[in-house]
Design a protein around this ligand. Structure first.
Ligand SMILES: [Zn+2]
Length: 122
């Protein structure tokens, strides 16, 4: 699977989801279509708090279109936590962290090993 980028309007939606969940964290799956991440799949029961990410694993749908995950950091830290790095390899290759204040600059993408990944915006 080659991922060319993430859609700008999906990013805007993720920022909105971050604002809506604040001060809690939200966790969601990112879905791709034709190599573009263009959909978010919010699973029930996953909006809780930091370190909640592991809850998601048991509810993962079986789909070949899962590109990775997205979750928010209400503390604004745009770095994966230790729990995040353990969680990432189980849910796809690309992992977006959205941080407070949920604006254009407050997101980063990471690969499954926790390294910063320069995801394009399309
Ligand atoms: Zn995290």
């Amino acid at each position: 699977m080659i991922i060319r980028g993430i859609r700008q309007d999906l990013l805007n939606l993720l920022f909105q989801m971050g604002r809506d969940a604040h001060p809690n964290e939200f966790v969601a799956l990112l879905m791709e279509r034709d190599g573009v991440i263009d959909e978010v799949n919010l699973l029930p029961g996953t909006v809780v708090r930091e370190d909640s990410a592991s809850l998601l694993y048991d509810m993962m749908p079986l789909s070949t279109h899962i590109a990775g995950s997205c979750h928010s950091h209400p503390n604004g830290v745009l770095r994966p936590s230790g729990a995040d790095i353990r969680f990432f390899p189980r849910t796809g290759r690309f992992h977006v962290i959205i941080g407070y204040p949920y604006t254009e600059q407050s997101w980063r993408c990471f690969s499954s090993d926790g390294q910063h990944y320069r995801m394009g915006v399309v």
